[in-house]
Design a protein around this ligand. Structure first.
Ligand code: GLN
Length: 487
């Protein structure tokens, strides 16, 4: 049985025609997990019972002629999204025993659509990291080369999709955590416009930057999942009250008239020459497909890493204050008083990277330093956004470049060099600072490892981003290539 290799749209056609059942599809994915997850370690929790129960229910819906595009389709959810009754650890000892009493809005929506939860995907603790090595439990391995990282922080989600251990996954992206692992694992990952998808039930990292989005095997699947995820949620005050287009209607292969901006600053030092070559080839392909390529400038690109980390550390230090061992988090039974209980809970519950960020963020918000750090970061954030506003005002439809300056690196290679790890986020961060939709799609290989191509659009122009991504994808076959483990 090779049903686990199907895309969502392929599986949907077979399910609807009753040529396969949701139970068969789910069993195929669960056995792929059984065979390979000991090596890949994409999942913190696998949920076979929930999955089979949901699959049976999906088969009933399908028999009743009520098959929706995600009915009966297996999904992996990053472990920072609440799933009622299913442990949600956020990759942290702090939440090791947390079983949420409710589901995130997006999870509820997927359940309503008939999707099948196969498990909760590994991640860097509290989504802080770019390699999944900061998971409190274990690192995830890249399906293309198990000695390398899958990227992060949604590394488990990306690896699960690449290894065919699910048909699709949901990740979260604060500074690149959907797109960078998608790039490093050779899959498709979309960070929607800030506000497009509800964050209710997503465990907060940096609330002004966090967005949930899909990781899929191709662009059509990405559009199908977005159809389910994009709607107004009154439970999230930043959720946009915009109507949801049918994103699949944007999947055309004609780019005539589309203006593609290529920032000079996205091809700076530090960009691996092999990655650059693939990305330049991708841009040439867009020109072949009818797009107008225009060189542009993003003068504030050099400040994005500092701006992002100051902002996200500050927000994280506030968001993570709730883990006090009383209301949330690890309980310290040996403490004598409340102060000691809190300090023991936080001392034991958080890993090194999370502690580092809480300390730096607290410092950046403290009296006397607030203006110099946090406030300045907010001003620079506006300048970064204005770089994009200018390009869009001058007629640019999408801004493109590399997703990551490097291909998947070795496990252990950067884990003790946080600064180097932070710097590798330089191309994904701008879309978060400016709140823009941005997709990463596979655009080739360098030294046998996948390279990601990033396409950013105007706010709420997910459709345009999908058009460009789809046109490129359909004229190449990179998205069809799978690591041998995925077969
Ligand atoms: N790698 C970035 C960080 O370490 C992004 C994380 C994310 O998007 N959640 O913060």
């Amino acid at each position: 049985m090779t049903l686990h290799r199907l895309t969502i749209h392929e599986a949907h056609d077979l399910l609807r025609e009753r040529r396969i059942s949701a139970v068969e599809l789910t069993e195929s994915v669960l056995s792929q997990i059984d065979r390979h997850d000991e090596e890949i370690k994409a999942y913190i929790t696998v949920t076979p019972e929930v999955a089979l129960e949901q699959a049976r229910r999906a088969d009933e819906l399908i028999s009743a002629g009520e098959a929706r595009p995600l009915t009966g389709i297996p999904v992996a959810i990053k472990d920072n999204m609440c799933t009622r009754g299913v442990p949600t650890t956020c990759g942290s000892r702090m939440l090791e025993n947390f079983v949420p009493p409710y589901s995130a809005t997006v999870v509820g929506r997927l359940y309503d659509e008939g999707a099948v939860l196969v498990g909760k995907a590994n991640m860097d603790e509290f989504a802080m990291g770019s390699s999944t090595e900061y998971s409190a439990f274990f690192p995830t391995h890249n399906p293309w080369d198990a000695s390398r990282v899958p990227g992060g922080s949604s590394g488990g989600a990306a690896a699960a999709v690449a290894a065919n251990e699910t048909l699709f996954a949901l990740g979260s992206d604060t500074g690149g955590s959907i797109r960078q692992p998608a790039a490093l694992c050779g899959v498709t990952g979309l960070k929607p416009t800030y506000g497009r998808v509800s964050r209710y039930g997503l465990i907060a990292f940096a609330s002004s930057l966090d967005q949930i989005g899909p990781l899929t095997k191709d662009v059509r699947d990405c559009a199908l999942v977005m159809n389910a995820l994009a709607f107004h949620d009154p439970q999230d005050s930043t959720s946009a009250s915009k109507s949801t287009p049918d994103y699949t209607s944007y999947l055309t292969d004609d780019l005539t008239g589309v203006v593609v901006g290529v920032p000079t600053e996205y091809f700076a030092t530090g960009l691996d020459s092999g990655v650059e070559e693939r990305v330049r080839d991708a841009i040439a392909k867009l020109a072949e497909l009818g797009a107008e390529i225009r060189e542009i400038s993003m003068p504030h690109e050099q400040y994005v890493v500092a701006t992002y980390f100051l902002t996200s550390w500050a927000e994280a230090s506030a968001n993570l204050a709730r883990y006090d061992g009383v209301k949330y988090g690890l309980f310290a039974p040996d403490a004598q008083d409340i102060g000691e209980a809190q300090s023991k809970a936080r001392g034991r519950g958080f890993g090194r990277e999370v502690k580092r960020r809480i300390m730096l963020g607290t410092y950046a918000l403290s009296s006397g330093y607030y203006d110099a750090y946090y406030l300045n970061a907010q001003k620079v954030r506006t300048l970064v956004k204005e770089d994009f506003d200018r390009a869009f005002a001058e007629g640019v439809d999408v801004v493109v470049g590399p997703t990551s300056p490097i291909v998947a690196f070795g496990i252990g290679e950067l884990v003790d060099d946080p600064l180097e790890m932070y710097l590798s986020d330089l191309y994904t961060i701008p879309a978060n600072l400016a709140g823009l939709p941005c997709i990463s799609i596979p655009c080739g290989f360098h030294e046998g490892l996948p390279v990601g191509f990033q396409i950013m659009g105007r706010p709420f122009a997910e459709g345009t981003v999908l058009t460009v991504a789809y046109a490129f994808e359909q004229s190449t076959d990179f998205h069809l290539q799978r690591p041998s483990i995925g077969t």
